[in-house]
Design a protein around this ligand. Structure first.
Ligand code: GLN
Length: 420
Protein backbone atom coordinates (compact mmCIF):
# COMPACT_ATOMS: atom_id res chain seq x y z
CA UNK A 1 0.00 0.00 0.00
CA UNK A 2 2.75 2.45 0.79
CA UNK A 3 5.11 1.96 -2.09
CA UNK A 4 3.94 5.08 -3.91
CA UNK A 5 4.65 7.15 -0.84
CA UNK A 6 8.24 6.05 -1.15
CA UNK A 7 8.33 6.73 -4.82
CA UNK A 8 8.24 3.99 -7.40
CA UNK A 9 7.15 6.19 -10.24
CA UNK A 10 6.15 3.39 -12.63
CA UNK A 11 3.16 2.23 -10.62
CA UNK A 12 -0.18 3.37 -11.97
CA UNK A 13 -3.22 4.34 -9.93
CA UNK A 14 -5.08 1.68 -11.90
CA UNK A 15 -3.44 -0.65 -9.42
CA UNK A 16 -5.19 1.35 -6.69
CA UNK A 17 -2.09 2.38 -4.84
CA UNK A 18 -2.03 6.03 -3.95
CA UNK A 19 -0.65 6.55 -0.45
CA UNK A 20 -3.52 6.91 1.99
CA UNK A 21 -2.00 5.86 5.33
CA UNK A 22 -2.81 8.23 8.12
CA UNK A 23 0.63 8.90 9.54
CA UNK A 24 2.16 10.15 6.29
CA UNK A 25 2.86 13.89 6.60
CA UNK A 26 1.40 14.74 3.18
CA UNK A 27 -1.71 12.73 3.97
CA UNK A 28 -2.00 14.61 7.25
CA UNK A 29 -1.93 17.92 5.37
CA UNK A 30 -4.61 16.76 2.93
CA UNK A 31 -6.73 15.28 5.71
CA UNK A 32 -6.59 18.63 7.56
CA UNK A 33 -7.84 20.45 4.48
CA UNK A 34 -10.53 17.88 3.82
CA UNK A 35 -11.85 18.05 7.38
CA UNK A 36 -11.94 21.82 7.37
CA UNK A 37 -13.65 22.11 4.00
CA UNK A 38 -16.05 19.14 4.39
CA UNK A 39 -18.41 21.19 6.60
CA UNK A 40 -18.80 23.87 3.98
CA UNK A 41 -22.46 23.98 3.03
CA UNK A 42 -23.96 25.56 -0.05
CA UNK A 43 -23.89 24.85 -3.72
CA UNK A 44 -26.21 22.84 -5.91
CA UNK A 45 -25.62 19.54 -7.69
CA UNK A 46 -25.98 20.03 -11.49
CA UNK A 47 -29.12 18.43 -12.89
CA UNK A 48 -29.46 19.82 -16.41
CA UNK A 49 -27.90 16.55 -17.53
CA UNK A 50 -30.54 14.39 -15.80
CA UNK A 51 -28.15 11.58 -14.91
CA UNK A 52 -25.84 13.94 -12.97
CA UNK A 53 -28.63 14.72 -10.51
CA UNK A 54 -28.02 11.30 -8.89
CA UNK A 55 -24.61 12.38 -7.56
CA UNK A 56 -24.05 12.15 -3.80
CA UNK A 57 -23.62 15.74 -2.56
CA UNK A 58 -21.52 14.52 0.36
CA UNK A 59 -18.93 12.69 -1.74
CA UNK A 60 -15.58 14.42 -1.32
CA UNK A 61 -12.06 13.42 -2.25
CA UNK A 62 -8.68 15.10 -2.79
CA UNK A 63 -5.62 13.65 -4.55
CA UNK A 64 -2.16 15.05 -5.20
CA UNK A 65 0.57 13.64 -7.47
CA UNK A 66 4.19 14.80 -7.25
CA UNK A 67 6.49 15.35 -10.25
CA UNK A 68 8.19 12.08 -9.27
CA UNK A 69 4.93 10.18 -9.55
CA UNK A 70 4.12 9.80 -5.87
CA UNK A 71 0.37 9.84 -5.35
CA UNK A 72 -1.49 10.85 -2.18
CA UNK A 73 -5.23 10.73 -1.72
CA UNK A 74 -7.79 11.31 1.02
CA UNK A 75 -11.57 10.94 1.22
CA UNK A 76 -13.44 9.15 -1.53
CA UNK A 77 -10.52 8.37 -3.68
CA UNK A 78 -12.01 5.63 -5.86
CA UNK A 79 -15.48 7.01 -6.41
CA UNK A 80 -15.96 7.36 -10.19
CA UNK A 81 -17.55 10.48 -11.71
CA UNK A 82 -17.70 11.82 -15.25
CA UNK A 83 -14.89 14.14 -16.27
CA UNK A 84 -17.19 16.63 -18.10
CA UNK A 85 -15.48 19.93 -18.90
CA UNK A 86 -12.18 18.78 -17.43
CA UNK A 87 -11.75 16.85 -20.69
CA UNK A 88 -11.48 20.17 -22.55
CA UNK A 89 -7.83 21.07 -21.84
CA UNK A 90 -6.71 17.57 -22.86
CA UNK A 91 -8.57 17.59 -26.16
CA UNK A 92 -7.20 21.10 -26.71
CA UNK A 93 -3.69 19.74 -26.06
CA UNK A 94 -4.28 16.99 -28.60
CA UNK A 95 -5.57 19.43 -31.24
CA UNK A 96 -2.54 21.69 -30.70
CA UNK A 97 -0.21 18.73 -30.91
CA UNK A 98 -1.78 17.61 -34.21
CA UNK A 99 -2.42 20.93 -35.95
CA UNK A 100 -0.13 23.45 -34.27
CA UNK A 101 -1.09 26.45 -32.18
CA UNK A 102 -1.80 28.87 -35.02
CA UNK A 103 -4.10 26.52 -36.89
CA UNK A 104 -6.10 25.69 -33.75
CA UNK A 105 -6.47 29.38 -32.92
CA UNK A 106 -7.65 30.19 -36.41
CA UNK A 107 -10.74 28.26 -35.26
CA UNK A 108 -11.04 29.21 -31.59
CA UNK A 109 -9.97 32.27 -29.58
CA UNK A 110 -7.81 32.53 -26.47
CA UNK A 111 -9.65 35.17 -24.45
CA UNK A 112 -11.51 34.62 -21.20
CA UNK A 113 -15.18 35.04 -22.04
CA UNK A 114 -16.34 36.32 -18.66
CA UNK A 115 -19.47 34.30 -19.33
CA UNK A 116 -20.93 30.97 -18.24
CA UNK A 117 -19.62 27.74 -19.77
CA UNK A 118 -22.62 27.27 -22.06
CA UNK A 119 -22.76 30.86 -23.35
CA UNK A 120 -23.21 31.75 -27.00
CA UNK A 121 -19.85 33.41 -27.00
CA UNK A 122 -18.39 34.03 -30.44
CA UNK A 123 -15.90 36.77 -31.32
CA UNK A 124 -15.99 39.13 -34.28
CA UNK A 125 -14.34 36.47 -36.47
CA UNK A 126 -17.02 33.87 -35.69
CA UNK A 127 -14.70 31.94 -33.38
CA UNK A 128 -15.78 30.81 -29.90
CA UNK A 129 -13.94 32.97 -27.34
CA UNK A 130 -11.80 30.13 -25.99
CA UNK A 131 -11.49 26.32 -25.97
CA UNK A 132 -12.57 25.95 -22.32
CA UNK A 133 -16.20 27.02 -22.88
CA UNK A 134 -18.56 24.55 -24.53
CA UNK A 135 -18.69 26.26 -27.93
CA UNK A 136 -14.89 26.32 -28.16
CA UNK A 137 -14.49 22.79 -26.86
CA UNK A 138 -16.91 21.39 -29.46
CA UNK A 139 -14.86 23.13 -32.15
CA UNK A 140 -11.62 21.75 -30.67
CA UNK A 141 -13.05 18.24 -30.71
CA UNK A 142 -14.00 18.71 -34.37
CA UNK A 143 -10.37 19.63 -35.16
CA UNK A 144 -8.93 16.36 -33.91
CA UNK A 145 -8.33 13.80 -36.60
CA UNK A 146 -9.21 11.41 -38.05
CA UNK A 147 -12.69 12.74 -38.79
CA UNK A 148 -14.76 9.54 -38.70
CA UNK A 149 -16.80 9.34 -35.57
CA UNK A 150 -15.90 6.07 -33.88
CA UNK A 151 -12.27 6.38 -34.92
CA UNK A 152 -11.91 9.91 -33.62
CA UNK A 153 -13.47 9.15 -30.28
CA UNK A 154 -11.23 6.13 -29.75
CA UNK A 155 -8.26 8.37 -30.48
CA UNK A 156 -9.45 10.96 -27.94
CA UNK A 157 -10.12 8.28 -25.37
CA UNK A 158 -6.69 6.74 -25.77
CA UNK A 159 -4.91 10.09 -25.38
CA UNK A 160 -6.89 11.06 -22.27
CA UNK A 161 -6.09 7.57 -20.97
CA UNK A 162 -2.38 8.18 -21.54
CA UNK A 163 -2.68 11.39 -19.50
CA UNK A 164 -4.36 9.39 -16.72
CA UNK A 165 -2.01 6.41 -16.95
CA UNK A 166 -4.86 3.91 -17.25
CA UNK A 167 -7.62 3.03 -19.72
CA UNK A 168 -10.57 5.36 -19.19
CA UNK A 169 -14.06 4.20 -20.17
CA UNK A 170 -17.32 5.99 -20.96
CA UNK A 171 -20.14 6.09 -18.43
CA UNK A 172 -22.83 5.12 -20.94
CA UNK A 173 -25.77 6.30 -18.80
CA UNK A 174 -24.35 9.82 -18.47
CA UNK A 175 -23.41 9.87 -22.16
CA UNK A 176 -26.96 8.90 -23.22
CA UNK A 177 -28.49 11.34 -20.80
CA UNK A 178 -26.52 14.23 -22.28
CA UNK A 179 -26.92 13.05 -25.89
CA UNK A 180 -30.71 13.05 -25.41
CA UNK A 181 -30.88 16.50 -23.84
CA UNK A 182 -27.84 18.46 -25.01
CA UNK A 183 -29.57 20.57 -27.65
CA UNK A 184 -27.96 23.79 -26.54
CA UNK A 185 -24.57 22.24 -27.30
CA UNK A 186 -25.87 21.22 -30.73
CA UNK A 187 -26.94 24.82 -31.26
CA UNK A 188 -23.46 26.03 -30.29
CA UNK A 189 -22.03 23.53 -32.79
CA UNK A 190 -24.24 24.87 -35.59
CA UNK A 191 -23.32 28.47 -34.80
CA UNK A 192 -19.65 27.54 -35.01
CA UNK A 193 -20.29 25.72 -38.29
CA UNK A 194 -22.05 28.83 -39.59
CA UNK A 195 -19.04 30.89 -38.43
CA UNK A 196 -16.82 28.64 -40.57
CA UNK A 197 -14.73 27.34 -37.68
CA UNK A 198 -16.20 23.91 -36.84
CA UNK A 199 -15.10 21.00 -39.01
CA UNK A 200 -18.43 19.30 -39.72
CA UNK A 201 -20.65 17.45 -39.52
CA UNK A 202 -21.92 19.00 -36.29
CA UNK A 203 -23.63 15.90 -34.95
CA UNK A 204 -20.39 13.90 -35.20
CA UNK A 205 -18.44 16.56 -33.29
CA UNK A 206 -21.14 16.94 -30.64
CA UNK A 207 -21.45 13.18 -30.14
CA UNK A 208 -17.70 12.83 -29.63
CA UNK A 209 -17.79 15.82 -27.28
CA UNK A 210 -20.58 14.21 -25.21
CA UNK A 211 -18.59 10.98 -25.06
CA UNK A 212 -15.38 12.70 -24.00
CA UNK A 213 -17.35 14.49 -21.23
CA UNK A 214 -18.77 11.14 -20.06
CA UNK A 215 -15.37 9.49 -19.50
CA UNK A 216 -15.33 8.12 -15.99
CA UNK A 217 -12.49 9.19 -13.67
CA UNK A 218 -11.50 9.37 -10.00
CA UNK A 219 -9.73 12.18 -8.15
CA UNK A 220 -6.52 10.21 -8.48
CA UNK A 221 -6.92 10.12 -12.26
CA UNK A 222 -7.41 13.90 -12.28
CA UNK A 223 -4.28 14.40 -10.18
CA UNK A 224 -2.20 12.22 -12.52
CA UNK A 225 -3.55 14.06 -15.57
CA UNK A 226 -2.77 17.38 -13.90
CA UNK A 227 0.73 16.24 -12.94
CA UNK A 228 1.40 15.20 -16.55
CA UNK A 229 0.75 18.78 -17.66
CA UNK A 230 2.60 20.21 -14.64
CA UNK A 231 5.84 18.44 -15.55
CA UNK A 232 5.67 19.29 -19.24
CA UNK A 233 3.78 16.46 -20.90
CA UNK A 234 5.36 13.27 -19.51
CA UNK A 235 3.09 11.13 -17.33
CA UNK A 236 5.08 10.88 -14.06
CA UNK A 237 3.63 7.46 -13.26
CA UNK A 238 4.06 5.66 -16.56
CA UNK A 239 7.00 7.67 -17.93
CA UNK A 240 5.16 8.07 -21.25
CA UNK A 241 5.48 11.35 -23.13
CA UNK A 242 1.90 12.26 -23.99
CA UNK A 243 2.35 15.74 -25.50
CA UNK A 244 5.34 18.00 -26.09
CA UNK A 245 6.61 20.36 -23.42
CA UNK A 246 5.45 23.30 -25.50
CA UNK A 247 1.93 21.90 -25.91
CA UNK A 248 1.76 21.33 -22.14
CA UNK A 249 2.71 24.98 -21.64
CA UNK A 250 0.07 26.20 -24.08
CA UNK A 251 -2.53 24.10 -22.29
CA UNK A 252 -1.58 25.45 -18.86
CA UNK A 253 -1.75 28.99 -20.28
CA UNK A 254 -5.29 28.50 -21.54
CA UNK A 255 -6.31 26.85 -18.28
CA UNK A 256 -4.91 29.72 -16.24
CA UNK A 257 -6.79 32.37 -18.24
CA UNK A 258 -10.01 30.51 -19.09
CA UNK A 259 -10.28 27.38 -16.95
CA UNK A 260 -12.62 28.58 -14.22
CA UNK A 261 -15.42 30.04 -16.37
CA UNK A 262 -16.13 33.62 -15.41
CA UNK A 263 -14.12 33.34 -12.20
CA UNK A 264 -10.74 33.30 -13.91
CA UNK A 265 -9.61 36.63 -12.44
CA UNK A 266 -10.65 35.86 -8.89
CA UNK A 267 -9.13 32.40 -9.19
CA UNK A 268 -5.82 33.79 -10.44
CA UNK A 269 -5.71 36.22 -7.56
CA UNK A 270 -6.62 33.86 -4.75
CA UNK A 271 -5.45 30.44 -5.93
CA UNK A 272 -3.13 30.99 -8.87
CA UNK A 273 -2.91 27.39 -10.07
CA UNK A 274 -3.96 26.68 -13.67
CA UNK A 275 -7.15 24.68 -13.29
CA UNK A 276 -10.23 23.32 -14.98
CA UNK A 277 -13.54 22.50 -13.39
CA UNK A 278 -16.47 20.42 -14.56
CA UNK A 279 -20.20 20.30 -13.79
CA UNK A 280 -20.03 16.91 -12.13
CA UNK A 281 -18.01 18.57 -9.32
CA UNK A 282 -14.43 17.83 -10.24
CA UNK A 283 -11.60 20.35 -10.35
CA UNK A 284 -8.20 19.57 -11.83
CA UNK A 285 -5.33 21.91 -10.92
CA UNK A 286 -1.82 21.81 -12.27
CA UNK A 287 0.91 23.75 -10.47
CA UNK A 288 3.67 24.19 -13.11
CA UNK A 289 6.82 22.27 -12.25
CA UNK A 290 5.16 21.08 -9.08
CA UNK A 291 2.03 19.14 -8.19
CA UNK A 292 -1.03 17.84 -9.96
CA UNK A 293 -4.20 18.04 -7.89
CA UNK A 294 -7.66 16.53 -8.30
CA UNK A 295 -10.67 17.40 -6.13
CA UNK A 296 -14.22 16.05 -6.30
CA UNK A 297 -17.35 17.36 -4.54
CA UNK A 298 -20.57 17.72 -6.55
CA UNK A 299 -22.31 20.87 -5.17
CA UNK A 300 -21.49 23.84 -7.43
CA UNK A 301 -21.45 27.60 -6.88
CA UNK A 302 -23.21 30.04 -9.24
CA UNK A 303 -20.22 30.04 -11.57
CA UNK A 304 -20.44 26.25 -11.92
CA UNK A 305 -17.35 25.44 -9.83
CA UNK A 306 -17.34 22.91 -6.97
CA UNK A 307 -17.81 24.83 -3.71
CA UNK A 308 -15.60 22.55 -1.66
CA UNK A 309 -13.19 22.10 -4.53
CA UNK A 310 -12.58 25.84 -4.78
CA UNK A 311 -12.14 26.11 -1.01
CA UNK A 312 -9.77 23.12 -0.83
CA UNK A 313 -7.58 24.44 -3.63
CA UNK A 314 -7.51 27.90 -2.05
CA UNK A 315 -6.24 26.38 1.17
CA UNK A 316 -3.72 24.18 -0.59
CA UNK A 317 -2.33 27.11 -2.58
CA UNK A 318 -2.17 29.46 0.40
CA UNK A 319 -0.81 27.14 3.04
CA UNK A 320 1.65 25.29 0.82
CA UNK A 321 2.74 28.13 -1.40
CA UNK A 322 1.66 26.75 -4.76
CA UNK A 323 0.66 30.05 -6.41
CA UNK A 324 2.31 30.09 -9.82
CA UNK A 325 3.38 33.73 -9.40
CA UNK A 326 5.10 33.25 -6.06
CA UNK A 327 8.61 34.66 -6.10
CA UNK A 328 11.46 32.44 -4.95
CA UNK A 329 13.39 33.74 -1.92
CA UNK A 330 16.60 33.52 -3.91
CA UNK A 331 17.32 32.27 -7.42
CA UNK A 332 18.89 28.80 -7.31
CA UNK A 333 22.63 28.89 -7.97
CA UNK A 334 23.85 26.82 -10.90
CA UNK A 335 27.47 27.06 -9.66
CA UNK A 336 28.37 24.02 -7.58
CA UNK A 337 31.98 25.07 -6.90
CA UNK A 338 34.78 27.27 -8.22
CA UNK A 339 38.38 26.26 -7.51
CA UNK A 340 41.65 27.70 -8.77
CA UNK A 341 44.95 25.89 -8.95
CA UNK A 342 47.83 27.70 -10.58
CA UNK A 343 46.49 29.55 -13.60
CA UNK A 344 43.52 27.15 -14.02
CA UNK A 345 40.01 27.89 -12.84
CA UNK A 346 37.67 24.93 -12.47
CA UNK A 347 33.96 25.87 -12.52
CA UNK A 348 31.52 23.08 -11.69
CA UNK A 349 27.88 23.57 -12.55
CA UNK A 350 24.82 21.71 -11.36
CA UNK A 351 21.11 21.28 -12.00
CA UNK A 352 19.05 22.59 -14.86
CA UNK A 353 20.78 25.36 -16.81
CA UNK A 354 18.13 27.70 -18.14
CA UNK A 355 18.53 31.31 -19.27
CA UNK A 356 18.51 32.62 -15.70
CA UNK A 357 21.14 30.11 -14.57
CA UNK A 358 23.28 30.69 -17.67
CA UNK A 359 23.28 34.43 -17.01
CA UNK A 360 24.89 33.71 -13.63
CA UNK A 361 27.42 31.33 -15.17
CA UNK A 362 28.56 33.64 -17.96
CA UNK A 363 28.85 36.55 -15.53
CA UNK A 364 31.18 34.44 -13.40
CA UNK A 365 33.20 33.33 -16.43
CA UNK A 366 33.47 36.90 -17.69
CA UNK A 367 35.30 37.89 -14.49
CA UNK A 368 38.21 35.68 -15.52
CA UNK A 369 38.99 37.92 -18.48
CA UNK A 370 40.20 40.66 -16.14
CA UNK A 371 41.82 38.26 -13.71
CA UNK A 372 45.39 37.99 -14.99
CA UNK A 373 46.10 34.98 -12.77
CA UNK A 374 43.70 32.83 -14.80
CA UNK A 375 44.70 31.63 -18.26
CA UNK A 376 42.74 28.38 -18.43
CA UNK A 377 39.12 27.69 -17.53
CA UNK A 378 37.33 24.37 -17.36
CA UNK A 379 33.57 24.22 -17.11
CA UNK A 380 32.44 20.89 -15.70
CA UNK A 381 28.91 19.71 -16.54
CA UNK A 382 28.90 16.35 -14.79
CA UNK A 383 26.21 17.43 -12.30
CA UNK A 384 24.11 19.28 -14.87
CA UNK A 385 20.77 17.71 -15.70
CA UNK A 386 19.86 19.74 -18.77
CA UNK A 387 20.49 22.82 -20.91
CA UNK A 388 17.91 25.05 -22.51
CA UNK A 389 18.54 26.39 -26.03
CA UNK A 390 18.87 29.91 -24.66
CA UNK A 391 21.43 28.77 -22.06
CA UNK A 392 23.44 26.92 -24.70
CA UNK A 393 23.60 30.02 -26.88
CA UNK A 394 24.65 32.21 -23.96
CA UNK A 395 27.44 29.86 -22.92
CA UNK A 396 28.67 29.51 -26.52
CA UNK A 397 28.87 33.31 -26.81
CA UNK A 398 30.84 33.56 -23.57
CA UNK A 399 33.27 30.83 -24.64
CA UNK A 400 33.87 32.85 -27.78
CA UNK A 401 34.58 35.98 -25.69
CA UNK A 402 37.05 34.06 -23.53
CA UNK A 403 38.87 32.72 -26.59
CA UNK A 404 39.12 36.25 -28.02
CA UNK A 405 40.62 37.41 -24.73
CA UNK A 406 43.22 34.65 -24.85
CA UNK A 407 41.72 32.51 -22.07
CA UNK A 408 41.79 28.83 -22.94
CA UNK A 409 38.34 27.48 -22.04
CA UNK A 410 37.10 23.92 -22.29
CA UNK A 411 33.77 22.38 -21.43
CA UNK A 412 33.69 18.89 -19.93
CA UNK A 413 30.34 17.36 -20.74
CA UNK A 414 30.70 13.63 -20.05
CA UNK A 415 26.95 12.98 -20.30
CA UNK A 416 26.32 15.12 -23.36
CA UNK A 417 23.72 17.32 -21.64
CA UNK A 418 24.67 20.35 -23.70
CA UNK A 419 23.52 18.62 -26.86
CA UNK A 420 24.71 19.47 -30.33
N1 GLN B 1 -20.91 18.03 -20.84
C1 GLN B 1 -21.14 19.28 -20.16
C2 GLN B 1 -21.86 20.25 -21.08
O1 GLN B 1 -21.49 20.38 -22.20
C3 GLN B 1 -19.85 19.84 -19.70
C4 GLN B 1 -20.02 21.20 -19.06
C5 GLN B 1 -19.15 21.41 -17.88
O2 GLN B 1 -18.59 20.52 -17.27
N2 GLN B 1 -19.08 22.64 -17.46
O3 GLN B 1 -22.81 20.89 -20.70
Amino acid sequence: MDHLAHGHPRTTPADGHPATEEGHPVIRVLEGIREEVADLAGGVVADYIPELAHADPEAFGIAVVSPHGRAYAVGETDRPFTIQSISKPFVYALAVEERGLDDVHAHVGAEPSGEPFNAISLDERGRPENPMINAGAIVTTSLVGPGERGVRFEHLRSVLSAFAGRELVVDEAVYRSEAETGHRNRALGYLSLAGGVLVGPVEAAVQDYFRQCALSVTVVDLAVMAATLAVGGVNPLTGERVVSQRTARHTLSIMSSCGMYDRAGEWGLRVGIPAKSGVSGGILASAPGAFGVGVFSPPLDEAGNSVRGVAALGRLSDDYDLHMLRTPAEPPSPVHSVTRSGDTLDVRLRGEIDFLAAEQVVSRLAETIDDTRVRTVTVELERVSGFSDAARALLAAELHELAEAGVDATVRDPRGVRGA
